[in-house]
Structures are given as structure tokens and as C-alpha cells.
Design a protein around this ligand. Structure first.
Ligand code: B12
Ligand code: SF4
Length: 573
């Protein structure tokens, strides 16, 4: 293997008549593959939620429409053999490699892939897209292995970048959302896109990935959960979330609901091509316009989808459920539709923390809505919360504890999240607060963000200046409460293994009174159960890894690519 080759910027001669180097003839010609889109390994999440890599599919839409040769590979299905998988494509000639990157562990694996490509195929440019580079384009580009960043929706800018690289008339300084290093090595960040990227479902190139429940499912259940959007954007300003920063660039309304008929036709279109029993709406906020959602739900029932699919929402808020339009009839309609899991952000049970988090909800509202939902047993609320954001104290955690216990009492079938430590996600307002007011040091290099991963329940508490031993103990207690007091752990294990489920059920039942006593006295001394719990979770992780045989589950490989673009488009192919 050759040594690390830093970015090669070959200065181009600029004829005098041209305005800038952007006008200069481009050096590249059409390649066997115009872009190889890569979804990297995420880490622990890969065995828990392995959803379709929608990011690389959506971002390829305009490129496929224009007839560019696009291949996609999902590295979650490979161990160390991922290099053999991408080598043939890169060797045959590839104009660009695109990688989709979220903050945390995906940064590590995306860097590993980028380094490999740079070292072995130094002429192939690399573009990163996704939430991480979107919020930190400059720092991402400072890394020697990243040549381009595309911020926000990737479809249009990616196609324009390909056109530029193929030597077409496209200028790269005119591609909205693109950031790059110019010929002097300076980082240039073009103005962002100012409209939401709303794609025509007929043009989304789902065929780039071989979609089936065998490969894409949760906890290796074999059940394909098809993700779709019913709206774009979110008008709220929660301080812990990246959405406000992302949507600030959008001109006009920060939320757009999709046409009801188009949403229903999209589902029809998918159901003719794939087999899936469940749909998850990936929207940030689905209920800004309850009338529109009602129209979708009525159409859903008219078309008989309620006999075919379960429907889960991840963007639904406590205040939505208290709107006057969302009355009992509305909730009954949701039950009829087959709505099951509703992920509702509670975030904290402390009035002070809710203010800091700018969640725009109140504690009494949380409790009221929970009691209301208890009357609709088919709807399963899953209330997410987290601990330890700047401003958190032992008292505020105590308030969260009280709310969790009350929720469980009022609605024993409800789920609460697993808690866990707050992490500084770049772009969120509260991350800036932590830096400004609490002296938190953020990674000054791209690779540092790989350490900011949230799925580390057993890891040591983060070294935040506002953490005390009391806070850390309380977070341990709440994390265990979030997993043990509701039926989540038992239900999840039930899906994995009947014997394991029976044993887990018995243990959880025996342990609950002990945990309740601990919670009553806020006592986290001799916390061997916490260690035992982490051990059990890690064992389940290993079990899942073994059960998920990557070699036999590989979805479409670049080598199997068919220029007609038809591969994998059949039902559960
Ligand atoms: C599904 C999902 C997950 C899944 C993973 C998806 C999968 N395929 O299995 C799981 C459960 C693993 C997950 C985990 C987490 N997630 Co998440 N997740 C989402 C969610 C709901 C949908 C992602 C998605 O597919 N969107 C649809 C696609 C089309 O959008 P997209 O990914 O943004 O892609 C577009 C552009 O970004 C761009 N693009 C993306 N990739 C590329 C690549 C190239 C080359 C180009 C040119 C363009 C491009 O083009 C696409 C459109 O054309 C989003 C919220 C949302 N509505 O998007 C949050 C979101 C991505 N998650 C977020 C967070 C905070 C997390 C967690 C940290 C949560 C936690 N508490 O643990 C973890 C950390 C992940 C990790 N370290 O591994 C944040 C982003 C934070 C960040 N900076 O990365 C989001 C935006 C939610 C939010 N508003 O806060 N998540
Ligand atoms: S947490 Fe949800 S409601 Fe709040 S800004 Fe983010 S997406 Fe919107």
C-alpha cells in the first residue's frame, strides 16, 4: 500500500480571457461509474436499527435522472472485506466517491474509507454529505481526505458536481450547497440551498440498493420498516436539536406538508415493489397541519392500507396531541389506521430544563397527554428523554425521575426512552452554550467527532464541568429506570429469542421493586445491577452480531450493477 498522499491539487493554466480558474476546462472525462455512493458502518447501531440507507438513495435522485452512472454500497454488510467490494468499481474508473456521514462513530468509518481511497486511488475526488459535514463544512474540508462537502439535500448539487467533474458547462462556484478547496487549497463555501429538497417519489432511485427485510430491519427481526416522508422541515427551535440550524437557511415557511394523494400514491408505488409490514414516517414534525394528516389517514383507510401496514411516527409532540383538531375521534382514526409507535420527545421532566431546551412544552402537559393516550391502547407512545445537558442538576434529574414514575403509573403500557448522557451535537444551540458558559472543548479536528457517539450506555460519564458524582449516579439510576420499568426490554428481547425473553422477564419482574427502592432513596451505591445490565446488553449485542451474518445478507454489490438500473427492484428482491 502506498503512503498517505495528501490532496493533490494540480494548478491549471487559466487562459487570460477567462474570469477565474472556475472557467478553465475540466480535466476529467466520463468514467465507467460517475459516482460511487457509500453508506458507512455506524457501529453499534448497525445491529439495532438497520434501516434502508435513504440518504444515499435520495441524494442520487437527480444524478440517476440525468443518466449518470451511479452505484451504491452499504458498508454495514461487510467486515474487513469492504475493500474487495469497492475495489472493482474504483479500478474500472470512477469519477467521484460520495459518503454519507452522521456525527459520532460514522465519522471514524467514513474517514477510514476516505483514507483508503485517497491512498490507493489518489485521482478520485471524495465528497461528504449528511448531517455532520452539513453543520461543519469548513472543518470537514480541512481534513486531507475530503475534497468536497455538500450541505443539506444532496440530489441537485451532487448531479451538478458530477457535471462539473465530467467537464460540462457547470461551474462549481455556482453549485448551491457545495463547499470545496480551490486550486490554491483555500476552502470555499458556496451559499446554501434555500428551498427544501422535495423529491418526486417516481424518481427516487430505490433500485440502487437491494431492499428487503432480510437485510434491512431492526434487531435482525427480518421485518422491513419502510421509511418515508410526509412533510419537510420543522418550525420549532429546540436548543438541543440540529434542525433549527439546518432550516434557518430555508427561505419562507420552515415546514411544508406533502400533498396527501402523492403520499398515498408513494406508498402504493412502494408496496407494488417491496414487501413490508410497517412504515415509519421520518418527518421531524408530522402534525403541524392536523387536517392534512387527517386527509392522509382517511385516504389510508379508504385504500385499505390499514389491513396491510402498521404506521409509526417519530415526529409528534405533546402539544400536537392537545390541539383542538386532535380530539378523541382523531385518535380513534389513528388507531384504525394502524398507528403503533409514536416517538414523542419529552426530553426532561424538569420545568427549568424544558425551558433551557426550548422544548415549548410543560410538565403538566406531558402528564395530561400521557393520561389521554392511555385511553387509546393501540397507540404506543415512546417518550424520549436524555440527561446531563448543560444546566442539568441533581434536582432537575430528580424531577425527571418523578415524571417518569408518574407516566408509568398513569399508563403502564407506555415506553420511556433509555435516557443516557447528552452529547454535544454540532449545530445545536445548547452545544454553543456548553462551550460559551461551561468551557466545554469541542473537537478541533474532524476525527475528534468520532468520539461523540451516544450509544455508549456503559461508557464512562463524559467529563463535563457541570457533572457531580450525584448527577452521575442519578443518570445511572434513570438509565436503568428507562430500560427496566417499562415493558421495552422484555418486548425487545421477546422478538429475539423466546427463552431469553422468559428469563429476562422473570429477572426484570424480580428486580423492579429493588430499582424502585433505589429510585426512592436516590441510592446508586454498590450498583452491581447496573454492571450486570451493561453486561447483558453487551451479550445481546454479541448475540445480534452473530445472528446477523453479514456475508449471507449482503445487499446489492457494485459488481452486480446493471446499467439498465433494474436490479433489486422486485418485491423483496
Ligand atoms: C433514521 C435515523 C437514524 C438511524 C440511522 C439510519 C439508518 N439508515 O439506519 C439511527 C437510529 C441509527 C440514528 C442514530 C442517531 N441519530 Co439519527 N436520524 C435518523 C433520521 C430520523 C433519518 C435519517 C434519514 O435517513 N433521513 C433521510 C435522508 C434522505 O436524509 P439525510 O440522511 O439527511 O440525507 C440527505 C442529506 O443529508 C444529503 N446527504 C446525506 N448523505 C449524503 C451523502 C452525499 C455524498 C451527498 C452528496 C449528500 C448526502 O442528501 C440527502 C437528501 O438528498 C434523521 C432525521 C431526519 N429526518 O433526517 C435523524 C438524524 C440524522 N439523527 C440524528 C442524531 C442526533 C442521531 C443520534 C446521535 C441519536 C442518538 N441520540 O443516539 C444517533 C447517532 C448515530 C451514530 N453515531 O451512529 C440527527 C443528526 C445529528 C448529526 N449531526 O449526525 C438527525 C438529523 C435528527 C435530528 N434532527 O436531530 N439515526
Ligand atoms: S426536536 Fe423535534 S420539534 Fe424540536 S426542533 Fe428538533 S425536530 Fe423540531
Amino acid at each position: 500500500m502506498s503512503a498517505v498522499v495528501p490532496i493533490q491539487i494540480i494548478p491549471r493554466a487559466v487562459p487570460a480571457a477567462m474570469k477565474s480558474e472556475e472557467d478553465a476546462p475540466k480535466p476529467r472525462a466520463a468514467k465507467a461509474t460517475d459516482v460511487l455512493m457509500i453508506f458507512p458502518k455506524l457501529g453499534t447501531w448497525d445491529d439495532i436499527i438497520r434501516d434502508i440507507p435513504l440518504s444515499v438513495i435520495y441524494a442520487s435522485t437527480e444524478s440517476v435522472k440525468r443518466g449518470y452512472r451511479v452505484k451504491a454500497v452499504d458498508l454495514r454488510f461487510f467486515e474487513n472485506d469492504w475493500k474487495q467490494e469497492i475495489d472493482p468499481v474504483l479500478k474500472a474508473g470512477c469519477g467521484l466517491v460520495g459518503i454519507s456521514v452522521m456525527t459520532g462513530n460514522p465519522v471514524r468509518t467514513a474517514l477510514e474509507v476516505s483514507q483508503y481511497i485517497r491512498e490507493n486511488y489518489p485521482d478520485i475526488p471524495i465528497v461528504w454529505g449528511g448531517p455532520h459535514p452539513t453543520t461543519l463544512p469548513e472543518q470537514t474540508l480541512e481534513n486531507q481526505y475530503v475534497d468536497y462537502v455538500i450541505r443539506d439535500g444532496g440530489s441537485q448539487p451532487l448531479a451538478e458536481l458530477i457535471e462539473y467533474l465530467r467537464g460540462g458547462p457547470q461551474r462549481r462556484d455556482e453549485i448551491a450547497g457545495l463547499a470545496y478547496k480551490n486550486s490554491k487549497g483555500e476552502i470555499k463555501v458556496n451559499p446554501p440551498q434555500k428551498q427544501f429538497e422535495i423529491l418526486d417519489y417516481r424518481e427516487i432511485p430505490y433500485h440502487l440498493i437491494d431492499i428487503s427485510g432480510k437485510s434491512y430491519n431492526r434487531l435482525n427481526s427480518g421485518e422491513l420498516v419502510f421509511p418515508i416522508f410526509m412533510s419537510a422541515g420543522c418550525p420549532y427551535q429546540c436548543s438541543f436539536c440540529v434542525s433549527p440550524a439546518m432550516y434557518r437557511k430555508i427561505e419562507g415557511k420552515k415546514w411544508v406538508g406533502y400533498d396527501a394523494k402523492e403520499v398515498l400514491d408513494h406508498i402504493q408505488y412502494l408496496s407494488e415493489r417491496y414487501e413490508f409490514p410497517r412504515i415509519q414516517v421520518y418527518d421531524d414534525e408530522s402534525f403541524i397541519n392536523p387536517k392534512l394528516m387527517k386527509e392522509i389517514m382517511e385516504g389510508w383507510v379508504e385504500r385499505g392500507y390499514h389491513h396491510k401496514f402498521k404506521l409509526d411516527f417519530r415526529g409528534i409532540r405533546f402539544n400536537d396531541i392537545e390541539r383542538k383538531e386532535i380530539d378523541d375521534d382523531y385518535l380513534r382514526l389513528m388507531e384504525k389506521v394502524g398507528v403503533e409507535f409514536m416517538f414523542i420527545g419529552m426530553e426532561s421532566g424538569s420545568p427549568r430544563m424544558l425551558k433551557i431546551l426550548k422544548k415549548a412544552i410543560k410538565v403538566d402537559q406531558i402528564l395530561r397527554v400521557n393520561r389521554k393516550l392511555a385511553q387509546f391502547p393501540k397507540l404506543k407512545p415512546h417518550y424520549n428523554f436524555f440527561c446531563g445537558a448543560p444546566g442539568e442538576t441533581f434536582e432537575s434529574l430528580n424531577e425527571t425521575k418523578a415524571v417518569i414514575l408518574q407516566i408509568m403509573k398513569d399508563h403502564p403500557a407506555a415506553y420511556v426512552g433509555h435516557g443516557g448522557h447528552w452529547k454535544p451535537i454540532p449545530g445545536s444551540e445548547i452545544t454553543d452554550t456548553a462551550v460559551r458558559d461551561y468551557g466545554l472543548k469541542l473537537p478541533d479536528k474532524l476525527e475528534g467527532w468520532a468520539e461523540i457517539d451516544t450509544l455508549d450506555m456503559d461508557a464512562k460519564a463524559p467529563p463535563y464541568s457541570w457533572y457531580t458524582k450525584e448527577i452521575q449516579d442519578m443518570i445511572k439510576l434513570l438509565t436503568l429506570a428507562g430500560m427496566i420499568l417499562d415493558g421495552k426490554t422484555k418486548d425487545l428481547i421477546g422478538e429475539l429469542h423466546p427463552v431469553m425473553s422468559f428469563v429476562a422477564h422473570a429477572l426484570i419482574k424480580m428486580y423492579r421493586p429493588v430499582l424502585r427502592l433505589r429510585l426512592k432513596y436516590n441510592y446508586a451505591g454498590f450498583f452491581i445491577e447496573h454492571k450486570a445490565y451493561n453486561f447483558a446488553i453487551n451479550s445481546i449485542g454479541r448475540f445480534l452480531k452473530n445472528k446477523f451474518n453479514r456475508k449471507t445478507l449482503k445487499p446489492v454489490t457494485p459488481a452486480a450493477w446493471d446499467p439498465s438500473g433494474e436490479q433489486g427492484a422486485g418485491k423483496g428482491a
